[in-house]
Design a protein around this ligand. Structure first.
Ligand code: F6R
Length: 608
């Protein structure tokens, strides 16, 4: 998704802008641009494609102490130099960067064209912002931005500079992320923290409908009524190093290997010396829980797949009925949510618009909102009643890996906690599960220690264009995640099915050398999976199975088997997902893809 940065200070702005944009690359983009103000002349440089194309046409030493920069992920209009941001008004006195979508841009555009004779140059929705601000501009940029925003509907994080005010940067936010970085004699804006971490650890998290007026020595935040608001400085404690590759070829691989650490952090920060779960940030009591008769888990993509596993965990451990839905569907189906519902939002970024809007919808209907989020201070986190952070650390690879396993840990802990609160979970099972959760970091290391096996498998299958994932029970939920990971970074048309559904249609597609990833980690469903594997083998498929150590019978049935360490059925997804992540990674790398930044994808989906 688009990323924005801005700088106002005493140093030359361009290196800051380029560095900031490079840290936003992981969000996904197809063009980039900057605008600077040199002696009251706004100069704009834009280039389609990677940031290096932009760097090739600019002078890093340009004499400007203010500037804005943008990485664009095309929505309205193809990726091109013209459609890239910043956009300008006709007299080139105002430059604008925008992340989000202006929903009523057509109406504004038509008005500007017909009534105000404005000529547009791009196909974007964002260009209207520059012309609107120009229309209202009478010497005070903040005032003009207020008036322009008043006419706009949609989602936006906007940064603006004006030729006549060479020391002022104005920004505004609604439903798209925006943070301010505070420096000495310099201040910054950005879409997220990693873009600024090289320069400052002191951030202001900007809320919806807030405007920010920045000069080199002052940052003022205003609400929609133009009243000044105060904001505590958020000091970032995690290190920039955790957002570097540290010798791994790709962030995605590094993040797969960081899972033991993320899992340990997410778990151990919440267990006291007696193995009691202490969920700081979750204020659910047994009294409150008595009134809750239903749980809704809502998320997108990989976070949704974690939610599917979470659903089973809550049903198994706490015996509460759970529904799990993708956010883009939940929002539009008038769901049965009321004040007796616990709504759980799951999101790595905490900025996914569909998830955020679903959360708001659930709140409107009276639900209590609990969120499982990785990015501290993100919108989903801030708008929730109860909050469980996953301590995965920054996830830079577009494909979500370590966020998923830490989301699973958060769900298991929540499920155990709810089971204890409502008295439906016995202590023996509780302690057994906690003990096994504590074994997970070490068991994950064992799985990762066998990564070469997956590398070899990838070398033999990376050109196979027919891939299925199948499983039963929680392995079916995992099949969806394995398949998504493979398709998003390898571009192979893989898909996932409940193994029991094979005979109801999909088996017609199985032919010689179809590659099947069979997840067979569930003891209770093991024999059934063996039968499913035989069925596809009989039709010529090549089967790679993932099973638990000790379940050797599968060696006679599948072509290749990856054994994860033995564990409880409930917790097996934590381990079994790893070979599927490694498979997707190695296949993608062998196909020469940009693993960390797969085509057409964005890390943080802040539009619908
Ligand atoms: C897949 C992936 C996406 C995200 C989805 C939700 O690897 O990364 O499917 O899981 O866009 O994003 P968050 O978790 O940030 O809400």
């Amino acid at each position: 998704m688009c990323g924005i940065v801005g700088y106002v200070g005493t140093n030359k702005a361009v290196p800051y802008l380029i560095e900031g944009l490079s840290k936003l690359e992981y969000r996904g983009y197809d063009s980039a641009g900057i605008a600077v103000n040199i002696n009251k002349d706004i100069q704009v440089y834009k280039a389609k494609g990677r940031l290096k194309n932009l760097e090739a046409i600019i002078d890093m030493d340009m004499d400007s102490v203010i500037g804005i920069g943008h990485t664009r992920w095309a929505t309205h209009g193809a990726p091109s130099d013209v459609n890239a941001h910043p956009h300008m008004n006709q007299t080139r006195s105002i430059a604008v960067i925008h992340n989000g979508i202006i929903e009523n841009y057509m109406e504004i555009k038509e008005w500007l064209i017909h009534d105000k004779q404005v000529e547009f140059v791009s196909e974007t929705d964002s260009e209207v912002i520059a012309h609107l601000i120009d229309y209202y501009y009478t010497g005070d940029l903040l005032d003009a931005v207020y008036k322009a925003v008043d006419r706009m509907q949609g989602a936006y994080a906007i940064g603006v500079i004006a030729k006549q005010e060479p020391n002022r940067l104005v920004a505004v936010r609604k439903d798209s992320p925006l943070i301010v970085g505070l420096g000495e004699d310099e201040n910054f804006i950005a879409s997220d923290i990693p873009a600024l971490l090289k320069y400052t650890r002191n951030m202001l998290l900007i809320e919806n409908d807030e405007f920010v007026d920045l000069t080199k020595d002052k940052v003022t935040i205003y609400n929609s009524l133009k009243q000044e608001v105060t904001r505590d400085v958020y000091e970032v404690t995690w290190d920039i190093d955790s957002a570097e590759k540290e010798g791994f070829e790709h962030f995605t691989l590094k993040e797969i290997f960081e899972q033991p650490k993320g899992v340990k952090e997410t778990l151990m920060r919440r267990l006291n010396a007696d193995d009691e779960i202490v969920l700081e940030g979750v204020n659910l009591t047994s009294e409150i829980l008595k009134d809750i008769n239903k749980v809704y888990i809502v998320a997108c993509g990989t976070a949704y797949h974690a939610g599917l596993v979470g659903r089973r965990a809550i049903e198994n451990f706490a015996k509460i009925p759970v529904e799990c839905d993708v956010a883009s569907e939940f929002r539009y189906r008038d769901p049965f949510v009321d004040e007796r519902t616990l709504f759980i939002a799951v999101s790595q970024s905490g900025e996914t618009l569909d998830t955020l809007q679903s959360l708001r919808e659930a709140k409107r209907k009276g639900a209590r909102v609990l969120s499982i989020v990785n990015v501290v201070g993100s919108s989903v986190a801030r708008e929730s009643d109860d909050l469980l952070y996953t301590w995965a650390g920054p996830e830079i690879g577009v494909a979500s890996t370590k966020a998923y396993t830490t989301q699973l840990i958060a769900f298991y802990m929540l499920a155990l906690h709810l089971g204890r609160l409502n008295g439906r979970l016995d202590m023996v099972r509780y302690h057994e599960t906690i003990t096994e959760l504590k074994n997970m970091p070490a068991k994950l290391e064992v799985v990762l220690g066998q990564s070469e096996k997956i590398q070899k498998l990838a070398a033999s299958q990376f050109n196979n264009e027919k891939v299925f994932f199948m499983g039963r029970g929680v392995d079916c939920d995992l099949a969806y995640e394995g398949s998504l990971k493979l398709k998003e970074i390898s571009y192979i048309n893989s898909f996932a099915i409940a193994a029991g559904e094979l005979k109801h249609g999909t088996i017609a597609l199985i032919e010689d050398d179809t590659f099947i990833v069979a997840l067979a980690t569930q003891n209770a469903l093991y024999d059934k999976m063996l039968s499913n594997i035989k069925e596809v083998k009989a039709r010529g498929a090549h089967v790679f199975a993932i099973a638990k150590a000790g379940n050797d019978q599968i060696l006679k049935t599948a072509d290749e088997v990856f054994f994860i360490p033995d564990t409880m059925d409930d917790l097996a997804p934590i381990l079994a997902v790893v070979p599927t992540q490694l498979l997707a990674y190695y296949v993608s790398a062998l196909r020469g893809n940009d693993v960390d930044k797969p085509r057409n994808l964005a890390k943080s989906v802040t539009v619908e």
